[in-house]
Design a protein. Structure first.
Length: 236
């Protein structure tokens, strides 16, 4: 019996220069039945653009995107679900924490509707749960500038998870960390994924991320997939 792919992606997108010419063309298609999918490649390969298209943060010119059987984007059928309706937890490369909000408010922002900031006094059980999971209770009232790199990463990951997403999309999640902290947080994320049993799609240019997380590895270069996909879980 064939298993439903976690991710099915077929997209085409052209970025134009200021003079009207084509500056970059993204054209790729893949599907993954692995719970962990890693897009790797050098800077400028199109990794972030691909992740943003899947998340609904930019709109491809043509194509089709499905996650766990749900159609998120289909240019032929006119389907383009807003990012907020796609059910992803998204971790930005720079974490994108709101500097004016404390840790608890930043996590709670993932549950907010509209543009009002969460109250400092609010105590949502879902937020308190992730504060405890990531050992952030003692810094819950601090702002991002007062946090260490690891605490900022954990805050951003808690915000991505608080809404119980159907999948995690991670954009270079460890690139801003020093090597020692990078290794420890890889292990924490690995344990978390095993416990939650949700699929992950990560982009990275770090071979250690690729080796650690396994699953399906897809190499991008110049906006296209190059070489053959590597199913690391299937290797001896």
């Amino acid at each position: 019996m064939t298993r439903e792919p976690f991710f099915e992606v077929q997209i085409e997108q052209q970025l134009h220069s200021r003079r009207g010419g084509t500056a970059f063309r993204l054209e790729l298609a893949f599907e993954s039945q692995q719970a962990r999918t890693v897009l790797c490649g050098p800077s400028g390969a199109g990794k972030s653009l691909t992740l943003q298209a899947i998340a609904g943060l930019n709109r491809p010119d043509r194509g089709r995107i499905r996650c766990r059987g749900q159609v998120l984007f289909d240019s032929v059928r006119g389907i383009d679900l807003p990012a907020a309706q796609r059910g992803f937890g998204y971790l930005f490369q720079d974490y994108a924490l709101f500097p004016q909000l404390d840790v608890r408010q930043n996590i709670a922002f993932g549950l907010s509707k509209g543009w009002l900031n969460p109250s400092r006094r609010a105590r949502d059980p879902r937020v308190e749960h992730w504060l405890q999971v990531f050992e952030l209770e003692h810094v819950a009232g601090q702002r991002p500038e007062q946090l260490s790199g690891g605490q900022r990463q954990r805050t951003a990951l808690a915000r991505a998870l608080v809404g119980e997403p159907q999948a995690l999309l991670l954009d270079e999640p460890f690139s801003a960390l020093d090597p020692a902290l990078r290794g420890r947080l890889r292990e924490e994320l690995d344990a978390l994924l095993q416990r939650l049993q949700i699929p992950m799609l990560m982009i990275t240019h770090d071979p250690e991320d690729l080796a650690f997380f396994g699953g399906l590895a897809l190499q991008l270069q110049g906006g296209r997939l190059v070489g053959r996909p590597v199913d690391q879980e299937a290797q001896p």
